[in-house]
Design a protein around this ligand. Structure first.
Ligand SMILES: NC(=O)c1ccc[n+]([C@@H]2O[C@H](COP(=O)([O-])OP(=O)(O)OC[C@H]3O[C@@H](n4cnc5c(N)ncnc54)[C@H](O)[C@@H]3O)[C@@H](O)[C@H]2O)c1
Length: 434
């Protein structure tokens, strides 16, 4: 006599006939997940490969990006896909990705993905929004000191063969005031490191923020500009931030103050900044981001800020370090595996976010459904009718979609799963055994 059928086996069989249901089997680390294929493009950091392989996934790592046609050819059979910024994920590519469960962008941005097309196909997209925070902060700290000591000017003169030993215009940063505009992930970490260097920190944010250390919030941007010896911009890319810093803001900065932008190029009027550096009102600047940036390695770079003394220009490398790449590899691979094995959509960029606890016993079912009234009541009623007791339930909605994760102490009855799957509002259902 065959033994009892596990949730995983049952729905593995159903999956072959009904595309709506997908199944994972919960496995402890080190055991194989089964035929679960992970495709990683663009030489994603080995940390991701190790993470997946340690958890029993089959990984294929490509060193380059894939074109749309190559994706259409390669994606059938792929359960988890990892890309960086050069692989464009279009609706056509997603249509070919009949087995795809989740997509990971092993980078900060997700512009390369048609997020609407992904969500319309029930595919959550993950990225790594914080993994390079520390790298940006360390660059900015270095720039504050370099500008205060006028290092760009000094090193240029040395390369030109000129020995110009002078303390004129060179300052310590200790005791100076750093004004941080945008006190988010990067702004707050900068605040902590800057205080450790002996800077006084003030900040301005449009949202209410908890002060770190001794940092002081400013009521308005103008208040900050009036007090700061160094202004460092760390705002996000919302459309309202276009042109945030122009002639008026530079005029309001203290004479001989320093300006740093490692956030968004569009937030700063580079012509206005140039004028204030040439007039001597601004004593130096470090700029990592530009309104228009070259697309490819080796392209020529045009900017109003080229050729100025005491100005550091860097090619959008604030977050580009080996450490950040490794952290991105860890972070996104964990997000993909945790979604695949436990249904967590925490930090998915296009999906209702639900973070259930790790599944240690019993069984779990996750349902993506149309966001209409009564879905949850129907789901619970169906479980109750089959005598399935709910041990925990986690849900969230976003736009037209709802996502609910339900834990039960004992495996759910096949009839419950069948009914949930057949509900008119179910988009997909996944079942997991502990
Ligand atoms: N140079 C790089 O390589 C690099 C790397 C990573 C991030 N970034 C950029 O750095 C910026 C900050 O990143 P983060 O992770 O700290 O973002 P975040 O979303 O955590 O923080 C942004 C903060 O800015 C605030 N803000 C928005 N508009 C504002 C305004 N007009 N005035 C004052 N405060 C405002 C928000 O309330 C938020 O607290 C982003 O634009 C990000 O894209 C650049």
């Amino acid at each position: 006599m065959p033994g009892p059928v596990s949730t995983g086996q049952l729905f593995d069989a159903l999956y072959k006939t009904r595309r709506r249901i997908t199944v994972t089997e919960q496995r402890s680390p080190g055991r194989r997940v089964g035929e679960v294929k992970v495709l990683l493009t663009e030489n994603i950091h080995p940390a991701a490969v190790e993470n997946f392989e340690r958890n029993g996934y089959d990984v294929e790592l490509l060193t380059r990006s894939l074109s749309e046609d190559e994706l259409v050819h390669s994606l059938p059979g792929v359960t988890l896909l990892g890309i960086r910024s050069n692989t464009k994920i279009t609706a056509k590519a997603l249509d070919a990705a009949t087995d795809l469960v989740a997509l990971g962008c092993f980078c900060i941005g997700t512009n390369q993905v048609d997020l609407g097309a992904a969500v319309a196909r029930g595919i959550p997209v993950f990225n790594a929004p914080f993994s390079n925070t520390r790298s940006v902060v360390e660059l900015v700290i270095g720039e504050i000191i370099a500008l205060a000591r006028r290092l760009p000017e000094k090193t240029n003169r040395m390369h030109d063969g000129l020995w110009d030993k002078s303390a004129k215009g060179s300052h310590e940063v200790r005791g100076r005031t750093l004004g941080i505009v945008g006190y988010g992930n990067i702004g707050t970490q900068l605040s902590n490191l800057a205080e450790a260097l002996g800077l006084r920190v003030i900040y301005y944010d449009t949202a209410d923020k908890l002060s770190h250390g001794n940092a002081q919030p400013m009521a308005t941007l103008d208040d900050l500009l009036a007090e700061a010896d160094v202004v460092s911009l760390h705002v996000d890319g919302r459309p309202g931030n276009a042109g945030l810093f122009g002639d008026e803001q530079f005029q309001k900065m203290k004479p001989r103050s320093l300006f740093i932008n490692a956030s968004r190029g569009m937030a700063v009027d580079d012509q206005a900044l140039r004028a204030h550096i040439e007039s001597g009102h601004i004593a130096g600047a470090a700029i990592d981001v530009f309104p228009i940036e070259p697309k490819a390695q080796g392209d020529s770079f045009e900017s109003a800020l080229r050729g100025l003394d005491n100005v550091i220009l860097t090619p959008h490398v604030g977050g580009s370090t080996q450490e950040a790449q490794e952290e991105i590899g860890h972070f996104v691979s964990r997000k993909l595996a945790t979604f695949h094995r436990e249904g967590s959509t925490e930090l998915a960029v296009n999906f209702p976010q639900v973070q259930p606890p790790p599944l240690r016993s019993g069984c779990r079912v996750s349902v993506l459904h149309h966001n209409v009234p009564g879905v949850l009541a129907t789901l619970n009623q169906e479980l109750a009718q089959q005598g399935d007791n709910v041990a925990g339930q986690y849900l969230s909605t976003q736009g037209d979609l709802g996502y609910v994760v339900t834990d039960a102490a004992k495996p759910l009855s096949p009839e419950s799963l069948r009914q949930l799957n057949e509900s008119e509002h179910t988009i997909w259902l996944r079942a997991y055994d502990a």
